[in-house]
Write a protein that binds this ligand. Structure first.
Ligand code: C2G
Length: 132
């Protein structure tokens, strides 16, 4: 049976930290499925619209070599359903989420990977806009 890995993210203003977590997630299995958060979820979660729309963020993530499938993450509360729906064996998240998804240990392995240091969408936006 192929081992399916699932990960989630906004992947706004796509950068090398995003690429690295996707590459390392893919290396933990045979098939990588990525949930890209909906625009509406971002507005409710972060209080602002992403720079790139959901359709643009999905197009970028779907074009990456290690990514086999992409879907829209409509709600943070639906993780269990997404894991089951995509028959994921492993859930991978960056360690900014460490401990937050341990409850899914009953249906899959839960792995937190170290974040790539010194890069973030927020820092990039501040740098580009000259406010950083
Ligand atoms: N990431 C990383 N290194 C960075 C920046 C981000 O490893 N320097 C990882 C994050 O830990 C996450 C992924 O890249 O695993 C996507 O990051 P975000 O786009 O910031 O995702 P987030 O808004 O945290 O959305 O259901 C969970 C959410 O959808 C996660």
């Amino acid at each position: 049976m192929p081992r399916t890995v699932i990960t989630f993210g906004t992947f706004d203003v796509f950068h090398v930290g995003h690429l690295r977590v996707i590459e390392r997630a893919a290396a933990l299995g045979d098939r990588l499925v990525v949930g890209v958060s909906a625009d509406a979820l971002n507005i409710s979660k972060k209080g602002r619209e992403p720079v790139f729309s959901q359709a643009e963020r999905i197009a970028i993530v779907a074009a990456l070599k290690p990514v086999d499938a992409v879907f829209v993450e409509e709600s943070l509360e639906l993780k269990r359903d997404y894991i089951l729906e995509h028959q994921a064996d492993v859930l991978v998240m960056g360690d900014d989420w460490a401990g937050r998804f341990d409850e899914f240990n009953d249906i899959c392995e839960v792995v937190y990977l170290p974040r790539t240091p010194a890069i973030s969408t927020t820092a990039l936006i501040e740098k580009i806009s000259g406010t950083g």
